[in-house]
Design a protein around this ligand. Structure first.
Ligand code: FES
Length: 127
């Protein structure tokens, strides 16, 4: 008998009414930290930590035009694909942000599948 892969399993992570529109929450599924955010009625789930220097995006991340921007050095990710739109551009002067950006290669934010069922937000991890 084989166990299901984690990507085959739906995890109940939070009651739907605990996440209001425009809010973000950080939760764990095992050792994996995820961020749940609701925009209007849509739930989105990504990994919780910025790929640059692991800032928790639920704390101060700005959501605009389908992207989330990390408050620390303003790395920006597309919320649908996790693609990096900008990597550590802040601060511009002196070139501190760009220097810090070289500490780690740009890499996408993992985006997970989410649904709401029976009053719960459920998440299926992407990888
Ligand atoms: S930690 Fe997020 S941009 Fe640096």
């Amino acid at each position: 008998m084989s166990l299901p892969l984690d990507s085959d399993v739906w995890h109940r992570v939070i009651k739907s009414d605990r996440i209001k529109s425009g809010k973000k929450k950080m939760k764990n599924i095992g050792l994996r930290s995820i961020m749940i955010l609701r925009e209007d009625e849509e739930i989105r789930v990504t990994d919780a930590l910025c790929r640059h220097m692991a800032w928790p995006l639920a704390y101060g991340g700005k959501v605009k035009d389908g992207c989330i921007t990390c408050p620390l050095h303003q790395t920006k990710y597309d919320l649908d694909s996790g693609e990096v739109k900008e990597w550590s551009p802040f601060p511009l002067f002196p070139m501190y942000g760009r220097l810090l950006g070289k500490m780690r290669r740009p890499s996408p934010l993992a985006v997970h599948t989410a649904r709401e069922l029976d009053g719960w937000v459920e998440v299926r991890l992407s990888n």
